[in-house]
Design a protein around this ligand. Structure first.
Ligand code: CAA
Length: 380
């Protein structure tokens, strides 16, 4: 077992770190306030080849794996979690299932656009009555000749307002049991009958796009079907195994920002005639933050490595996400406590980190769902 990153991975991580420091740190607070990411950032991500980081070279991507993606996501999220989740969803929730389940024709059509950033992707699973119980979804897809007609409502669609391609999960066999009558479709989001709701006003990751998408008799061609008919739920779940590694990486990144801010402030802020970092109470908080985040990072790297080897990693991805999101929220809470009243204002970035951290325990499967996945894996 080797915990050292090879030269290529270290190079990608360093490149992402430099980009985050130079381009995201100065913008993150403004992104949060204005509620969207500067247009220029999308172009910079294209120049670095990050939209296509995990897409094979033959389709214009960098051909790297989940471990590389995790390293990049930790760096970007350390600076700006809104940018981080945008890239995570694009790579792990849209690029990945196309690479794994699409026909050659579908790959030729979509992967080059996704790799260049010309098309941004989103993942349309959740519905008003199907959140944690994703298999209860009600969006319908009905055959009409060679075409399919889609109708239904998807909510909490990350990237929904930016994306030109969505993977949409819809019920194709209403008589089958919940999980076995669902199919996956690749839907161009400029199709007639698609309408977007207003951007959600969120507690954190405010610059990322989150919208409702309504499908009213949307006609797509037969070749929009991804993978086998009625096996879409299995695609959704397999895809989320990868997505959860992305969110675990995001949580480690936000947590690291909290740790770094805490160390800095504890060295600067003086009370009782000395820097507060000299007090054991502060030192213990910092030690616990660092230890929990390191453990979470190792779990995340393990899950990413397993996925890169082609092994099923549902258990390990769930453990990584549970551990990382818990460590992240612990770090955010203690970071704010260390900053005291100053941390409760927007004079410091701490209050943004505190708000951004919270979502990591909710999306791509709440912590309660991760515990279900973990327990089922151990007990089945
Ligand atoms: N890989 C492949 N197949 C899988 C799988 C996986 N990881 N997990 C389950 N399956 C398969 C099962 O084998 C089964 O298939 P068969 O019938 O062929 O055996 C089928 O899927 C049904 O499995 P379950 O019986 O376990 O399904 P369930 O209804 O009990 O649900 C659940 C399980 C874990 C609770 C699931 O519903 C779940 O993960 N819920 C959370 C939903 C979620 O994470 N939503 C995130 C939305 S996207 C988002 O948040 C993105 C964003 O904004 C950033």
């Amino acid at each position: 077992m080797n915990f050292e990153l090879n030269e290529e991975l270290a190079m990608v991580r360093d490149m992402a770190r430099d980009f985050a420091t130079a381009e995201l740190d100065p913008r993150a607070q403004r992104h949060d306030e204005q509620g969207h990411i500067d247009e220029e950032v999308f172009g910079l991500i294209s120049e670095l080849g990050l939209w296509g980081l995990t897409i094979p070279e033959e389709y214009g991507g960098a051909g790297m794996g989940n471990l590389a993606l995790s390293l990049v996501l930790e760096e970007l999220n350390r600076a700006d979690a809104s940018v981080g989740v945008t890239l995570s969803v694009h790579n792990s929730l849209l690029g990945a299932p196309i690479m794994k389940f699409a026909t050659d024709e579908q790959k030729q059509r979509w992967l080059p656009q996704l790799a260049s950033g010309e098309a941004i992707g989103c993942y349309c699973l959740t519905e008003p009555n199907a959140g944690s119980d994703a298999a209860a979804l009600q969006t319908r897809a009905v055959r009409d000749g060679d075409d399919w007609i889609l109708s239904g409502t998807k909510i909490w669609v990350t990237n929904g307002g930016l994306a030109s391609l969505g993977i949409v999960y819809a019920r194709t066999d209403p008589d089958a049991s919940n999980a076995n009558g669902i199919s996956a479709f690749l839907v161009p989001l400029d199709a007639e009958g698609i309408s977007l709701g207003a951007p959600e006003k969120k507690t954190g990751i405010r610059a990322s796009s989150t919208v409702e998408i309504q499908f009213d008799d949307v006609r797509v061609q037969g070749d929009a079907l991804l993978g086998e008919e009625n096996r879409g739920f299995q695609i959704a779940m397999d895809t989320l195994d990868g997505g959860r590694i992305g969110i675990a990486s995001q949580a480690v990144g936000i947590g690291r920002a909290c740790l770094e801010a805490s160390v800095k402030y504890a060295g600067e802020r003086e009370q009782f005639n000395q820097p507060i970092g000299r007090f054991q109470a502060i030192q213990w908080k910092i030690a616990d933050m660092a230890t929990r985040l390191d453990a979470a990072r190792l779990l995340t790297w393990r899950a990413a490595t397993l996925r890169d080897e082609g092994a099923r990693c549902s258990l390990q991805a769930a453990q990584a996400k549970l551990s990382a999101s818990t460590a992240c929220n612990y770090a955010a809470d203690e970071c704010l406590q260390i900053h005291g009243g100053a941390g409760y204002t927007d004079d410091f970035q701490v209050e943004r980190l505190f708000r951004d951290a919270r979502i990591t325990e909710i999306y791509e499967g709440a912590s309660d769902i991760q515990r279900i996945v973990i327990a089922r894996s151990l007990m089945s």
